[in-house]
Design a binder for this molecule. Structure first.
Ligand SMILES: NC(=O)c1ccc[n+]([C@@H]2O[C@H](COP(=O)([O-])OP(=O)(O)OC[C@H]3O[C@@H](n4cnc5c(N)ncnc54)[C@H](OP(=O)(O)O)[C@@H]3O)[C@@H](O)[C@H]2O)c1
Length: 320
C-alpha cells in the first residue's frame, strides 16, 4: 500500500523556521471527513504562535485553522457528505471568501451570543428567526470595526437589530462598514476624548455592549468608559484593566474546541451557510498571496508589522 502525502507549511520547532514540506495524509476515522484545502486565511494568532511560542507544544506542527475546501474522503458512517462536495459553502461564496470566515466569525459570534461569563448572553439571530431584530433600538459599539472580527461583529449586531451601531475604524473603510451595517464610523485616529465624545453624541441611551476587536490598553479603557454601569465589555485579547464595578468584562475565547463553546457552536455552520446564501452575512474582503504555501511566511510578517488593512490575507495551497 502506498503512503499518501500532501504539502504543508511546517513549523519545525517552537519559534523555529517555517518550511514547506511533505506530511502523511491521514485517513478519516469513523464519523470524520478528510478535507482537501483549497484556501486558507491568515489570522493574527498564527504569527503570535510562531513568534512568541504560544499554545502549540508538539512539533513539527502546522499552523492555521481557517480553511475552505472539498471533501476528499469520508469516514465510516458518514452519510451527509460525499466526495467532491464543498464543505458547507454555498454556491455564491468562493473558497477564498469562505476561508476568511471560521476564526473571525467565531470570535464575533461567541462574544455576543455565548452565555455569561463567556459572552454577552444575547439571543442568536442566526439560529432563531424570531431573534432577528430582537435588540432593536439599543446601541452597540464596535472598536476596530475595520478588522475581520469587527466586520463580522457589525453584521451580527445588525441582524440582532442593534441601532445605532457605532464603530471606530480608519476612515477609508467608512463606506464599506456602512454597507455591512454600521450606522456611524468614527475615525480611529481621533483622540481618545474625541472618540468618547463623538460616541456619546450619537446616542443618549445607555450602551450595554461594547465589542473591542482591537484590545490595546487604550481600546480596553475606551470600552470601559463608554459602557453603561451594568453593561458587557467584550475583548479579543487579554484583559488589561481592572474591573472596578458591575461592568461585565469578558475575554472572548473564539475557539471551536473550547468546551464552553460547544453547545453554542454545534450546528452553527448550517445557519451560517443559509445567511451567506441569502446575503445577510458577507465574508471579509480578501487579498490572495501569490506563491502558494511559501507566501504565508511573508504574509505573517506583514500582519505582525500592521501592514494589512481592510482585507484578510488568503493563501492557496495549490498555488495562485
Ligand atoms: N480571542 C479570540 O478568540 C480571537 C479570535 C480572532 C482574533 N482575535 C484577535 O483579535 C484581533 C483582531 O483580529 P482580526 O483577525 O480581526 O485582525 P485584522 O483583520 O488583521 O484587523 C486588524 C485591524 O484592526 C484595525 N485597528 C488597529 N488598531 C485599531 C484601533 N486602535 N482602533 C480601531 N481599529 C484598529 C486596523 O485596521 P486599519 O489599519 O485598516 O485601520 C488593523 O488592520 C487580533 O488581536 C487577534 O489576535 C482573537
Amino acid at each position: 500500500m502506498s503512503i499518501q502525502t500532501h504539502k504543508a507549511l511546517i513549523l519545525e520547532a517552537k519559534q523555529g523556521k517555517l518550511l514547506v514540506g511533505n506530511r502523511c495524509t491521514p485517513s478519516p476515522q469513523s464519523g470524520q471527513l478528510l478535507v482537501k484545502v483549497f484556501a486558507t486565511s491568515l489570522n493574527p494568532l498564527d504569527w503570535k504562535i510562531h513568534k512568541h511560542g504560544r499554545i502549540i507544544e508538539e512539533f513539527p506542527a502546522v499552523l492555521g485553522s481557517a480553511i475552505a475546501g472539498e471533501v476528499e474522503e469520508v469516514g465510516e458512517g458518514v452519510t451527509t457528505f460525499v466526495k467532491g462536495e464543498r464543505v458547507q459553502i454555498p454556491a455564491n461564496v468562493s473558497f477564498e471568501e469562505a476561508a476568511t470566515i471560521p476564526v473571525a466569525l467565531t470570535a464575533a459570534y461567541v462574544g455576543l451570543y455565548n452565555d455569561k461569563p463567556f459572552g454577552a448572553g444575547l439571543a442568536s439571530p442566526l439560529v432563531g428567526e424570531a431573534n432577528r431584530g430582537k435588540y432593536s433600538g439599543k446601541p452597540l459599539v464596535v472598536l476596530g470595526g475595520g478588522s475581520s472580527v469587527g466586520e463580522y461583529g457589525i453584521q451580527l449586531a445588525k441582524l440582532s437589530g442593534f441601532s445605532p451601531i457605532i464603530v471606530t475604524a480608519s476612515s477609508k473603510h467608512t463606506e464599506h462598514l456602512h454597507y455591512l451595517g454600521a450606522t456611524a464610523v468614527i475615525d480611529r485616529n481621533e483622540s481618545f476624548s474625541n472618540i468618547i465624545a463623538k460616541v456619546k453624541s450619537l446616542t443618549s441611551k445607555p450602551i450595554d455592549i461594547v465589542y473591542d476587536a482591537v484590545s490595546t490598553p487604550d481600546t480596553q479603557q475606551m470600552a470601559h468608559d463608554l459602557l453603561a454601569p451594568s453593561g458587557t465589555f467584550l475583548t479579543v485579547g487579554e484583559l488589561g484593566i481592572t474591573k472596578a464595578d458591575d461592568r461585565n468584562h469578558v475575554r472572548v475565547i473564539g475557539v471551536l474546541q473550547f468546551p464552553k463553546n460547544t453547545v453554542l457552536l454545534r450546528g452553527l455552520y448550517t445557519h451560517v451557510t443559509q445567511a451567506l446564501e441569502e446575503g445577510s452575512l458577507k465574508p471579509n474582503r480578501f487579498e490572495v498571496l501569490p506563491g502558494g504555501l511559501e507566501a504565508i511566511i511573508d504574509g505573517l510578517d506583514r500582519m505582525e508589522k500592521n501592514q494589512v488593512s481592510g482585507v484578510k490575507l488568503v493563501a492557496l495551497p495549490w498555488g495562485a
